[in-house]
Design a protein around this ligand. Structure first.
Ligand SMILES: Nc1ncnc2c1ncn2[C@@H]1O[C@H](COP(=O)(O)OP(=O)(O)OP(=O)(O)O)[C@@H](O)[C@H]1O
Length: 727
C-alpha cells in the first residue's frame, strides 16, 4: 500500500459497494457509532436522580455542579471531530509483546467515549496508550503497525492517511493532513493542535508534573499552544491532585488571555484560572506608571533584601521586664530573657507574621516555667491566658509591631531616610533617589501605585504571611518579567511546578531577562530543564529568514528558526516614495531624548503617501482568505484609524475576535505580541523601532511585529529600514 493514501468519499465508495467493505465508510460508521455512544453517556448522566444520594443541600449543590460540568464536557461539538487518529498496535499494549498476543486498535480523540458495555470507542489523547500517536516513528515504531490520521471537512470525516511504521518499503513522506492543518486560515478563535502535536512538543506537554520546564521557542513554534495542552494533560493525568491545589495560566494582558481561553474548553477543561501578573499582585490598585529607570531598580532582585530589612526594621529589643499579675502573685520575665526570645525568633527563618503569632506564646511559656519553679502546676489553658495578658500584649506591641505591607512600601518610597536605612549597601544613593516618589503622595489612598510597586507590596506581604502555592503555573511570554515579578510568580508555585514559556529575542521590557538560567533562579526553580523549540508553524520561511536577520543584534545566542512551510512570494517589502529626503536612518540615530523627540515628530508627520499606500495594501490583502493585521507604531494608530475610516474599511481592536465578515485588525505594535494573522501589513518599521526607549528594544519590538503572519507579510516604509533589513 502506498504511504499517505488519501481518499475522498467520491473515490472511496460507490453506491453499489456495501458500506462495510469500504475502509473510509467503516471509519465513518465508527464515528457515527461513537457519536451515538457519547449521546448515550450524556443521557445516562442527565437521567441520574440525585435526591436519594444527597444527604444535605450543600452536598446536593456540589454534586449538581459536578454533574452539569460533566454534561457540558460530554457535549458533542459539531465542528470538533470526536476522533482524529487511529493506532493499530502490533500487540495488545501491556502484554510485553508476548508471542501470539492479539494487536489492538484505538481511536484517538479529545475525550474518552465508551459503548454500553464499557468498551472504549474513543481514547482520550492524553491517555498513555495514545502517546505513540505523537511519538512513534519509523526509527522507533513503539509497537505501532499502523498510524492513521483522519481529515474532516466541516464535521464530516472525508479522508484518511496511513503510515505503516514497520513496513520498510514505505517511504517517510510528509503528512498532507498535517500540512493542511498548518495552512488553514486563522479566522475565528484560536484552535487546539491536539491532532498534530509534534514529537518535540509532546515531550514538553507530557513532561513530569513534579519538575519545572522552561521552553525557549522562536516565534510561532507553538509555545502558547504547548502550554495550554500541557495544562490539559496535567489535569487529566493528575486530576485529583491539581483539583485540590489549583492550576493557573499567566499571560501578558487580558486580550491575550481572552485569545487563549477558548482553547481549554475544546480540550475538555473548564476549571483553569487565568491572570495577568498585575491581577496576581492586586493588593493595591495600580494607577501610575514608572519611568523605565525607576521600574528597573524596583524590579531588581536586590529589592527583596531592602524589603526584608524594612519589614523587620520595627523590631526593638526589650529594655524593660514583663510583669504578669495572676491572682495574688506577680511573675517577672527579665529584659535579658525577653531579648533572648526575640533574638531567637529573628534568627529563625520564619515569616514575620508567624513570629508575631509565636512571640506571646514564647513569653507565656517563660512565665509558665517560672510558675512551675514556684510550685504551681499550670496547664495549656493557663499558657493561653497568659499569652493574652495585657502586660504580654504590651511587650509584643512594643518589640514586634504589626506590619501592613502597603504602608511599609508607601513609607519606603516616600521617606528618604527610611529607604536609606533599609537599602544601605544594597542600593546606591542614585538608585535610591530613582525609586523615591518625586512628590510623596498625601495618603495611602492617593498613592499612584505602579505595577512594580504592587509587586513590592506583594513581596512584603509574603515576608509577613506565606503566599498560597498552587499545584501548577504556566507562565507565557515569560521573557518580559522583572526579577521581582519572577519571585511573585515563583511564590505561587513553591510547592508545585511551573511551565515557563518565552523567547529572549522577544523581550521588550527594560528589565527583560538576559538568560533563562537567571529567570529560573529568581523563580526559585534553578535546576529546571530548558528545552528549545526551533520549528515555526506560523511564520513562512521567507518571512522568518528576513526577521531572523535581526537576531545577531537582539539575541546573539539564539539560532534562527526553521519554518515548516516553504512559501514563495510570502514577503513583499515596498518603499513608498514621498518626494522628500530622509533625514537619517533608524540605525544611526543617537540614543538621546532630543533624537527621540525628533523621531516622534517624524512619526506623527508620516507622509500622507505612506498612509495611502498602507490603506491600499490592506484593501489588496483583504482579497485573500483569512485575517489581516495592520501593525503599526502606537503613535501611528490614530492617523491610520482615521485613514481606514475615511476609506470605509472597517477594522477591529486586537482583543476582538475576527470573523468571516470582520477580518481586519488594527494592531498597535505594543500589543502585537502573541497574536497572529493570516496576512500582516506592517507600517513604517523605523517608527516601530523609534517607539521604544532604546534601539535594541526597538529592534526586538520590530522582530515581534514581523513574525505575526501565517501566510504573507507586506512591509511599507517611507523612512529607511534598519540596515540589516536592507539588501
Ligand atoms: N503541532 C502543530 N500543529 C499545527 N499547528 C501548530 C502546531 N504547533 C503550533 N501550531 C500553530 O502555530 C501557531 C503558533 O503557535 P503559538 O502561538 O503557540 O506559538 P508561540 O511560540 O507562542 O509564538 P509567539 O512566540 O510568536 O507568540 C498557532 O496557530 C498554532 O496553532
Amino acid at each position: 500500500m502506498p504511504p499517505h493514501t488519501q481518499r475522498t468519499p467520491a473515490d472511496a465508495s460507490s453506491p453499489s459497494t456495501p458500506p462495510s467493505d469500504d475502509p473510509l465508510q467503516r471509519e465513518r460508521d465508527h464515528l457515527a457509532a461513537s457519536r451515538a455512544a457519547l449521546r448515550a453517556m450524556r443521557v445516562d448522566v442527565e437521567s441520574l436522580d440525585l435526591s436519594d444520594v444527597t444527604g444535605n443541600w450543600v452536598n446536593a449543590a456540589i454534586l449538581q455542579r459536578e454533574m452539569s460540568d460533566r454534561i457540558k464536557a460530554l457535549a458533542d461539538l459539531a465542528h470538533t471531530p470526536l476522533f482524529f487518529g487511529r493506532l493499530d498496535y502490533l500487540h495488545a499494549p501491556g502484554t510485553d509483546q508476548a508471542e501470539g498476543a492479539a494487536g489492538e486498535q484505538f481511536y484517538i480523540g479529545r475525550r474518552h467515549v465508551h459503548d454500553a458495555d464499557g468498551d472504549p470507542m474513543v481514547i482520550d489523547w492524553r491517555a498513555p496508550v495514545s502517546q505513540p500517536f505523537y511519538r512513534a516513528s519509523r526509527k522507533e515504531p513503539l509497537d505501532v503497525g499502523l498510524r492513521r490520521r483522519f481529515g474532516y471537512t466541516g464535521g464530516d470525516l472525508t479522508a484518511y492517511e496511513d503510515e505503516h511504521l514497520t513496513d520498510p518499503a514505505e517511504l517517510d513522506t510528509a503528512s498532507a493532513l498535517l500540512a493542511s492543518e498548518i495552512e488553514r486560515p486563522r479566522v475565528g478563535p484560536m484552535r487546539d493542535i491536539v491532532a498534530t502535536i509534534q514529537p518535540e512538543q509532546d515531550e514538553i506537554v507530557r513532561a513530569d508534573v513534579t519538575g519545572t520546564v522552561c521552553v525557549q521557542g522562536a516565534p510561532g513554534t507553538g509555545k502558547t499552544a504547548v502550554g495550554l495542552h500541557r495544562v490539559a494533560y496535567l489535569l487529566y493525568a493528575h486530576r485529583e491532585r491539581l483539583a485540590r491545589t489549583g492550576t493557573l495560566v499567566i499571560g501578558p494582558n487580558r486580550s491575550f488571555l481572552h485569545y487563549i481561553e477558548q482553547v481549554l474548553p475544546a480540550l475538555g477543561e473548564l476549571d483553569v484560572a487565568q491572570a495577568t501578573v498585575e491581577e496576581l499582585v492586586s493588593q493595591v490598585t495600580v494607577s501610575g506608571a514608572d519611568p523605565a529607570d525607576a521600574a528597573v531598580v524596583k524590579g531588581d532582585a536586590r529589592m527583596a533584601e531592602v524589603l526584608r530589612r524594612a519589614v523587620r526594621s520595627g523590631v526593638r529589643m526589650p529594655t524593660e521586664p514583663c510583669v504578669v499579675v495572676r491572682g495574688s502573685r506577680r511573675w517577672r520575665v527579665p529584659a535579658y530573657e525577653l531579648e533572648e526570645i526575640v533574638q531567637e525568633l529573628m534568627d529563625r527563618d520564619i515569616r514575620y507574621g508567624a513570629a508575631l503569632a509565636a512571640l506571646p506564646q514564647r513569653i507565656a511559656h517563660a512565665v509558665l516555667v517560672k510558675m512551675e519553679n514556684g510550685g504551681e502546676a499550670p496547664d495549656d489553658r493557663v499558657q493561653d491566658a497568659v499569652a493574652r495578658n495585657p502586660a504580654v500584649k504590651a511587650v509584643v506591641k512594643a518589640v514586634w509591631p504589626v506590619v501592613d505591607p502597603a504602608k511599609l512600601v508607601f513609607r519606603l518610597l516616600s521617606d528618604p531616610d527610611f529607604l536609606a536605612a533599609c537599602a544601605e549597601g544594597v542600593l546606591t544613593p542614585e538608585e535610591q533617589a530613582t525609586v523615591l516618589w518625586p512628590k510623596p503622595p498625601r495618603s495611602l489612598r492617593a498613592a499612584p501605585w505602579s505595577l512594580a510597586d504592587a509587586v513590592l507590596v506583594d513581596e512584603a506581604r509574603d515576608l509577613v504571611e506565606r503566599t498560597h502555592s498552587l499545584g501548577h503555573v504556566v507562565l507565557d511570554e515569560a521573557q518580559d518579567l522583572s526579577p521581582m515579578q519572577y519571585r511573585a510568580v515563583g511564590r505561587r508555585c513553591t510547592t508545585g511546578s511551573a511551565t515557563v514559556l518565552g523567547d529572549i529575542a522577544q523581550g521588550t521590557t527594560p528589565w527583560a531577562t538576559a538568560t533563562w538560567a537567571e529567570a529560573l533562579r529568581h523563580l526559585g526553580k534553578p535546576d529546571s530543564r530548558v528545552e528549545a523549540l526551533t520549528k515555526t508553524f506560523r511564520v513562512p520561511s521567507e518571512v522568518i529568514r528576513y526577521a531572523s536577520r535581526l537576531l545577531p543584534g537582539i539575541a546573539p545566542d539564539l539560532a534562527p528558526a526553521e519554518s515548516v512551510r516553504e512559501s514563495h512570494g510570502a514577503l513583499s517589502v515596498r518603499r513608498v516614495p514621498t518626494g522628500r529626503p530622509d533625514p537619517r536612518t533608524a540605525a544611526d540615530e543617537p540614543d538621546d531624548s532630543a533624537a527621540l523627540d525628533a523621531a516622534s515628530a517624524l512619526t506623527d508627520a508620516a507622509p500622507a503617501a505612506l498612509t495611502d499606500a498602507v490603506v491600499a495594501a490592506c484593501r489588496e490583502t483583504l482579497r485573500n482568505e483569512g485575517s489581516v493585521g495592520l501593525i503599526a507604531a502606537d503613535a501611528r494608530i490614530p492617523a491610520l484609524a482615521a485613514a481606514l475610516d475615511t476609506a470605509g474599511l472597517p477594522y477591529l481592536d486586537p482583543g476582538t475576535e475576527t470573523t468571516a465578515e470582520a477580518r481586519l485588525t488594527l494592531v498597535p505594535a505594543s500589543l502585537a505580541k502573541g497574536l497572529e494573522y493570516d496576512y500582516v501589513v506592517l507600517d513604517e518599521p523605523a517608527a516601530i523601532v523609534d517607539g521604544e526607549p532604546d534601539a535594541r528594544t526597538g529592534l526586538r519590538r520590530l522582530y515581534v511585529c514581523l513574525t505575526r503572519p501565517v501566510s504573507g507579510l507586506t512591509v511599507l516604509h517611507a523612512r529607511p529600514l534598519p540596515p540589516v533589513l536592507t539588501d
